[in-house]
Ligand binder design. Structure first.
Ligand code: MN
Ligand code: MN
Length: 468
């Protein structure tokens, strides 16, 4: 279309070209202060919630304070009611009942609260060279070499043979001991360093050092192991066989920290995806009035291993929850799902200039440029992904712009360089319009992941805008 008054190139560029500025150039000082404050509570959540079970507990505590009550499927709920439902202690759904009929659909936010880590094997304890160790099996996609020579804490539950549940959390308190996977000294690592990077430390070498003093006694063998077992018996009343019915996870023992002289970044373990879990939960919990549509926010388990199992989103628990809610209003669950919309709340790779050649600059997300909208993930020729529709992308970006959310588009790396997925496809498969939205992360899946405070806050703002 020719313009009547000829514009110069500068004006025309301003009108026609895409511009995505650093959030620091757009946000006011006051809003950045708000973002910093929001992130103080986020850091506390990260420290309290190092595993999926702890994330559920910490969430319930926050939700109760915000007026949420445990879901009762016999109860009739009305607009504004706030409820939560815990799935086996490892996943949680929260909902705020909307003003419109539920058959008009619900707005879903879906994040995950499991993160890569080292799980203990079911028979983990052994002694070698008069030191005691735990055997582990890593969980999720990790660079195994990153998990050596850093302080680790131990979290989880043990179901004893008498049926009692023992909760374990060692290594987080300032006075607690920590544990460690040892690595080989460089002096003797000539052969190790020739191994391919994925085998510099192998899965079976991820053994956690847990003690070295023997039980003072006579001539028995495995006295160091015995001493550890004796300590565990005193503390938890467990015997070696009780490990078989335990879920124990070792995770980095360090706390969430500000990163950078300007304190603009957060470094912490497990930000994938507790950063989206926390922002989605708080956006839901902070709703001042009953939203137009019912909001259903799910913080799920098992995303990092493919969403299988009854606490992952390939199971039916989210579907059942929505069906039950629909039935309590005398409506059909299928009808509700087909009319629903979802932001699959997960992180994406932030552009890292040190490794710039794995991302294509025009289409990748940048740390500090806001929350990232990802139309598709997957690998190869878009396999294994929910490729969101243009219509739904259009719907979402209008909401963001109207509400002054700073956002950008992203993709998971250059074409054919790798890939990955989120829970988006499992929700989309329920006939729900779905797209990925989340925070760009540096060093994703490393023991210490990096996010930008502005991006964290913009993600919270995006979720709020979507559901309000
Ligand atoms: Mn994730
Ligand atoms: Mn992940």
């Amino acid at each position: 279309m020719a313009s009547k008054t000829q514009k110069n190139a500068k004006e025309l560029q301003k009108q026609l070209f895409m511009k995505k500025k650093n959030s620091g150039l757009i946000m006011t000082e006051a809003e950045m202060k708000t973002a910093d404050k929001f992130c103080e509570n986020y850091k506390k959540f990260l420290n309290d919630a190092k595993t999926e079970r702890e994330a559920v507990k910490a969430s319930v505590e926050i939700l109760k304070k915000c007026g949420f009550t445990a879901y009762d499927n016999k109860k009739k709920y009305k607009a504004g009611d706030k409820i939560y439902f815990v799935n086996r202690g490892k996943a949680i759904i929260l909902a705020v009942i909307g003003k419109e009929g539920i058959e008009k659909g619900v707005n879903i936010l879906a994040a995950h609260i499991d993160s890569p880590r080292l799980d203990l094997k079911q028979n983990p304890l052994y002694e070698d060279a008069e030191m005691a160790y735990f055997k582990t099996h890593y969980y999720g996609g990790i660079k195994k070499y990153q998990w050596t020579a850093i302080p680790l804490s131990l979290h989880g539950v043990i179901i004893r043979n008498d049926g009692k549940t023992v909760e374990v959390n060692i290594g987080e308190d300032e006075n607690d001991p920590v544990f460690v996977v040892t690595d080989l000294l460089p002096h003797l690592a000539q052969e190790q360093m020739k191994r391919p990077a994925n085998k510099i430390i192998t899965g079976e070498e991820l053994n956690v050092l847990i003690g070295s003093r023997p039980f003072k006694d006579d001539e028995e063998s495995e006295l160091v192991k015995l001493n550890i077992m004796n300590i565990l018996f005193d503390k938890y009343g467990i015997t070696e066989e009780d490990f078989i019915s335990a879920e124990l996870e070792t995770v980095p023992a360090f706390k969430a920290k500000d990163v950078g002289f300007d304190r603009s970044l957060i470094g912490a373990y497990g930000q994938d995806d507790r950063v989206c879990a926390y922002t989605a939960m708080m956006a839901t919990a902070d709703l001042k009035n009953a939203p137009p549509k019912t909001v259903v926010t799910v913080l799920t388990d098992k995303e990092e291993t493919g969403s299988d199992g009854n606490t992952g989103l390939q199971s039916s628990y989210l579907e059942y929850f929505i069906y039950n809610l629909a039935e309590s209003f005398g409506k059909n669950g299928r009808e509700v799902l087909s009319a629903s919309k979802c932001l699959s709340a997960d992180v994406n790779a932030g552009f890292d200039p040190t490794f710039g050649d794995v991302l294509e600059k025009k289409n990748s997300a940048f740390v500090g440029k806001g929350t990232v909208l990802t139309k598709f993930t997957g690998a190869g020729g878009k396999s294994g992904t929910n490729d969101s529709s243009a219509e739904f992308v259009g719907y979402v970006r209008q909401i963001f712009d109207k509400n002054k959310v700073i956002w950008q588009t992203g993709e998971l790396g250059k074409v054919d360089l790798g890939g990955g997925g989120t829970v988006a496809k499992y929700i989309a498969n329920l006939d729900v319009d779905t797209i990925d939205l989340g925070v760009p992360v540096l060093s994703m899946h490393a023991p210490f992941e990096i996010t930008s405070k502005n991006d964290v806050y913009m993600t919270y703002k995006a979720f709020s805008a979507f559901i309000k």
